[in-house]
Design a protein around this ligand. Structure first.
Ligand SMILES: [Zn+2]
Length: 275
């Protein structure tokens, strides 16, 4: 599932390649419902120009010259691909945007948990307000993360995945950040200290920046690729995620499920000290 680095990689490539282009034609597959309705989706964006492409949490937003945003949320199996001339052999294509210069953008979604929508400027503000602070924003402080964590009565792993607490972290990067911060994923948020929050914010920035540097992570399912079809390589730089041995102490890595999500940690380097 694309997290902040994958979404950021997609948004940056789309911004570079679609800025200034006009939406000439919009096709939506019959088995798919764009929001608020396919008719409105098509009418609102046809003939408009792309001003910029941005990321908000794990959403890709294409800003149009009328202030409206086209939102794509990739969820589990969504993909955004750029094509020159003809659309290749991509499966489960739900939306095609045709631009000048024979450029096309496809949104495909095998399991259809993703989203294609148009948002007014007000709806865009509301969307942004629903998310917690951006971890890479320098205005996001350890104190803010600490306060947000304290509003959730759960373990730290679940809290980090809660997009109201901090936005953009998903299973892989949260797992790796907890390892770098030497915090056990099962630690109750009650027991998290301001020092922990500070270590976590710093560790999150480290893994997210590395994720962006390596173009995101592509797992064995090959589900995530960038808009040119290129795989990310952060998986070659995982800190603890998917590993069998701890890279720091060599101990066997523990694998547990927390809220159904596979979680890796080193019991030696990330002891549960405060039950
Ligand atoms: Zn270890």
């Amino acid at each position: 599932m694309p997290e902040l680095p994958e979404t950021q990689t997609i948004a940056a490539i789309l911004n570079e390649n679609l800025k200034g282009k006009n939406v000439l034609q919009v096709q939506v597959s019959k088995d798919y419902k764009a929001l608020p309705s396919t008719d409105i989706f098509i009418k609102t964006i046809t003939g408009k120009q792309i001003k910029s492409v941005e990321r908000v949490a794990k959403n890709v937003l294409l800003k149009l010259d009328n202030g409206v945003r086209i939102l794509f949320h990739l969820a589990m199996t969504g993909r955004l691909l750029l094509w020159k001339n003809s659309v290749g052999s991509e499966k489960w294509v739900k939306v095609i945007l045709h631009f000048d210069g024979d450029t096309k953008l496809t949104f495909s979604d095998m399991r259809m948990f993703g989203k294609a929508a148009v948002l007014s400027p007000k709806q865009t503000e509301e969307l942004t307000a629903r998310y917690g602070p951006e971890p890479l924003d320098e205005n996001t402080t350890p104190q803010k993360l600490f306060e947000n964590l304290k509003t959730k009565r759960t373990n730290i792993k679940n809290a980090l995945l809660d997009q109201e607490v901090i936005s953009g972290l998903g299973n892989i990067y949260a797992t790796d950040a907890l390892f770098l911060a030497k915090i056990n994923p099962l630690t109750k948020t009650n027991n998290i200290t301001i020092e922990n929050a500070s270590q976590l914010l710093s560790a999150s920035r480290t893994v997210l920046n590395e994720g962006i540097k390596f173009g995101g992570s592509t797992l064995g399912d090959k589900m995530y690729v960038d808009p040119f079809g290129k795989e990310g390589t952060y998986q070659e730089h995982f800190k603890i995620y998917s590993k069998e041995k701890c890279p720091v102490c060599g101990a066997k890595v523990s694998f547990i499920k927390i809220s159904g999500r596979g979680t890796y940690f080193c019991p030696g380097c990330q002891p549960l000290t405060n039950e």
